[in-house]
Every structure is written in C-alpha cells, then in structure tokens.
Design a protein around this ligand. Structure first.
Ligand code: NAD
Length: 248
C-alpha cells in the first residue's frame, strides 16, 4: 500500500524545497512527520501548514552537520510520536565550485551530503528496527552520475551518497530497513533558482522528454513509493526522477 498510517518520518531540510514537498506528501498519506531545518521559525511554518491541512507534524531544529542536533532530532521523533520508522536525508548542497576551491569547500560537500546522512542512519537505525522496520531515503542528485566542470566536490559527494545507499542496504536489510535514494533532475526550488538562467532552463528542457522542470511534489510522490510498503521489496536502489531526462 502507498498509505503511511502509523509511520513516523524524519525529513531533514524540510522547511523548503524538495524536503518540504516530501513532508507534505508523507503527511497526506497519513504519516507523522518531524519537519527539521536550520531555523525553528521556518520549520515551524512548514509544520503548521501541514497541521492546517489535517496532517500530523512537529518542527525541530537540526543542522545535519552538528552531532548534538542529530541526536536531538531522533529524540524529538520518539518523544513527539513514540517511535521512528522512516528517515529522509534531504538536507544537502555544496556546489558548483571552481577547481581552485579551498579544501574547506570540498570537505563541506562531504560533511553535508555524505557524513551527515551516514551518521543519521547510524542514530536512526536501531529505533527503526525496534519499531518493526522501515525505510531510509537519501536525496542524491543526477550530478552523482553526470560529469561537468565545477562539479568535482558536489558530484563526487553525491556519487558517494549513491554508493553509501547501495552498501548500507546490506547492513540494514537484516534489520528490516530498506535503503534507497532518489536522484532528482532539475526541481524548481530556491537552490535551483541560484543557478537557473533562461538559457540554462531552455537547454534543460531540450534534454527533458516531459518538457517541464520538476516540482518538489514530483520528488515527494517518488519518495512516497520508496518509503511506503508499496516498495516493500525494493532496496539499495538509486531512482532517477527527472521527467525522463538522461544522465549525461
Ligand atoms: P533548498 O535550498 O530549496 O532547500 C534546502 C533546505 O535545507 C532549506 O530549507 C535549508 O535551510 C535546509 N538546509 C540547508 N543546509 C542544512 C543543514 N546543514 N542542515 C539542515 N538543513 C539544511 O534545496 P533543494 O533544492 O530542495 O535541495 C534538497 C536536496 O535535493 C539537496 O540534497 C540537493 O542536493 C538535492 N537536489 C536538488 C535538486 C534541485 O534541482 N533543486 C536537484 C538534485 C538534487
């Protein structure tokens, strides 16, 4: 079933963009959602919107690169909803950067996209197992396969996230936890707006069979498949959700 009644999900970076889209779709499917982000007021606004629409949501502050925040985030899910069954590692970013970038920028991409996701998986897995199993979803990027200038840090960190997904599926499968990733194409969000020009958008649409950019809800619906019982025998997969656009 695609229903998520009796499930409890943490979504990181959920005050805006793709994370917010995922949180809203999950809540519509009956899931209780911990909407976490850097700033409490923004997370609370997103959680309040879900509650006004009849869903179950609480807000939490979590900078995914900070250990105390990660530990507190898992505790919030348990105290607010009594258990944890789904973790969505959505907070991410870090690119594009010139080849000459300071090493701190390179390291940041890995902190944000790889280390944080892995550490949250470590913290969440025992609780998901205790709840009888569930799912982890990592929001990667088509950049994890594409090759381009200025993308060394971001692309390679998302490639690492893809392979983290495939490998941790083996670690967590015996605990009843499925681990998958989504590699989104271009989704209309604040992050995309910083790099999107009319010329770039035209070029993107030329390579996109469905002739539109993605919306956060497009990723939300794919996330619903991968985190609900509908995908009960799917694990270790990286699903490209891109309007049919191909990896370059
Ligand atoms: P966004 O900037 O629209 O939203 C990201 C949210 O994450 C914001 O609310 C921000 O405050 C929060 N955030 C940033 N750093 C954080 C941190 N350290 N800890 C916790 N929260 C943090 O971005 P988006 O486009 O929705 O991107 C979400 C994910 O999707 C990222 O992992 C990104 O790499 C991936 N992605 C996006 C696109 C796209 O086209 N937008 C394409 C491929 C992959």
């Amino acid at each position: 079933s695609f229903r998520m009644n009796d499930q409890v999900a943490i979504v990181t970076g959920a005050a805006a963009g793709i994370g917010r889209g995922i949180a809203e779709v999950f809540a519509n499917a009956g899931c209780s959602v911990v909407v976490s982000d850097l700033a409490l007021d923004k997370a609370e606004a997103a959680a309040a919107a879900i509650r006004e629409a009849g869903g179950k949501a609480v807000a939490a502050v979590c900078n995914v690169t900070v250990e105390e925040d990660r530990v507190a985030l898992v505790k919030t899910a348990l105290s607010a909803f009594g258990k944890l069954t789904v973790l969505v590692n959505n907070a991410g970013g870090g690119g594009p950067k010139p080849f000459e970038m300071p090493m701190g920028d390179f390291e940041w991409a890995y902190q944000l996209n790889v280390f944080s996701a892995f550490r949250l998986m470590q913290l969440a897995a025992p609780h998901i197992q205790h709840a009888g199993g569930g799912a982890v979803l990592n929001i990667s990027s088509m950049a994890g396969e594409n090759k381009n200038v200025r993308m060394a840090s971001y692309s390679s960190s998302k490639a690492a996230m893809n392979h983290l997904t495939r490998n941790t599926a083996f670690d967590l499968g015996p605990m009843g936890i499925r681990v998958n990733a989504i590699a989104p194409g271009a989704i209309r969000t604040a992050a995309l707006a910083t790099v999107l020009t009319p010329g770039i958008e035209k070029a993107m649409l030329k390579r996109t069979p469905l002739k539109r950019l993605g919306e956060a809800s497009d990723i939300g619906m794919a996330a619903l498949f991968l985190c609900s019982p509908a995908s009960g025998w799917v694990s270790g997969q990286v699903l490209t959700v891109s309007g049919g656009g191909l990896q370059e």
